[in-house]
Design a protein around this ligand. Structure first.
Ligand code: CP3
Length: 322
């Protein structure tokens, strides 16, 4: 999950210096610095490269901006003409700083600390591309997918292709593990989930694994409930990242025998801290911690999180059953 960000004053300082959020993502020294900040404070076992899933639409030529207090704003892609304007011509050159940041971070991390690379899943990235931002009701992207699946498939196929290449580039740069974020998989009903979330993600995993089978991939299809079991059989990922709503006992029974599971403390409990946080974290560890497990949050860290609570949580996880 996200672990760098606005809850750390040292992040806010670098963010200010960088000017815009995308500028921060595309300046390797600064992106490397903010990646390492939480590692310096807390005894984390892994880092995740500081970047964003919306680097991909920007690299395809779509205009992407992050506006203070509004989140991302994109020039919507809604018609075949809009699709035709997307281009792979400058993709590699635009994402190159991410690879450079990965190489810088890998150099500075001890070998025992794993570095995650990541990308958004096609459905989630397409949602931002078509809606023109977040916070909406997904009516534009869903209507397109339902009304004209053949044209929508061209957008999804393009994202499958560039995302698989992009993840392979991250491995070449030094990423040890990859995560694919499908943050909005949960808005799709049954058959559409299969078609637009599961299959494109499974195809990316297949392409990356075909060339670099030694690199584990974690998939995060947020909000799909019992749909997680489909990923066990239909996606060749090594791990599944559980959102806050998945019951650990259910995951222990249905998912963990076949996949590594990661998760899933509610980020709001990290804001609250104290016994509420500790009890919930211990319950997760008691149910999932004996087998293949990565302790994590069930979604990204919130800006109002007190850093002291993160330190408390890391200590608790490391001391568990010691
Ligand atoms: O911890 C890390 O270092 C990883 C960095 C990371 C970011 N975004 C940095 C970021 C990761 C892994 C992401 C993934 C991402 N980005 C997702 C998938 C995960 C999830 O949360 O569901 C999504 C949906 C996005 C798109 C995105 N980026 C949104 C909706 C927003 C605005 C929301 C907000 O919190 O303001 C962003 C901006 C963003 N990406 C920030 C950070 C630290 C905040 C920007 C800032 O500093 O102003």
């Amino acid at each position: 999950m996200r672990q760098a960000g606005r809850y750390l004053p040292e992040y806010r300082a670098v963010r200010e210096k960088a000017g815009s959020f995308l500028e921060l993502c595309s300046t390797p020294e600064l992106a490397a610095e903010v990646t390492l900040q939480p590692l310096r404070r807390f005894g984390l076992d892994a880092a995740i490269i500081f970047s964003d899933i919306l680097v991909v639409p920007a690299a395809l030529g779509q205009s992407v901006a992050f506006e203070e207090g509004h989140g991302p704003v994109l020039e919507p892609v809604r018609t075949p003409q809009d699709l035709a304007r997307l281009s792979k011509a400058r993709f590699d050159e635009t994402v190159q700083p991410v690879g450079e940041a990965i190489a810088l971070v890998r150099e500075k991390l001890p070998p025992s600390v794993a570095l995650f690379g990541f990308a958004g899943a096609p459905w989630t990235v397409a949602s931002y591309m078509v809606e023109g931002g977040g916070g909406g009701d997904f009516s534009a992207v869903k209507a397109w997918a339902y009304r004209d699946p053949d044209t929508f498939a061209r957008l999804i196929d393009l994202l499958v292709e560039v995302t698989a290449e992009y993840l392979l580039q991250q491995i070449d740069a030094g990423a040890d593990v990859l995560q694919i974020f499908d943050s909005w998989a949960g808005v799709l009903p049954d058959a559409a989930l299969e078609l637009w979330a599961l299959r494109p993600t499974a195809e990316i995993v297949r392409r990356v694994q075909a060339r670099r089978s030694e690199v584990p991939i974690v998939v995060f299809p947020r909000g799909i409930g019992a749909g997680y079991v489909r990923y066990v059989d239909e996606c060749d990922c090594a791990g599944l990242s559980l959102d806050t709503g998945v019951a650990p006992t259910w995951a222990a029974r249905e998912l963990q025998p076949k996949k590594i599971v990661q998760g899933n403390l509610d980020p709001l409990l990290l804001v609250v801290g104290g016994d509420a946080m500790r009890d919930a974290a211990k319950r997760i560890l008691d149910v999932l911690g004996e087998r293949r497990f990565i302790f994590n949050l069930g979604h990204g860290i919130l800006p109002q999180t007190p850093a002291g609570h993160v330190a408390d949580l890391c200590a608790l996880v490391h001391d568990w059953r010691r």
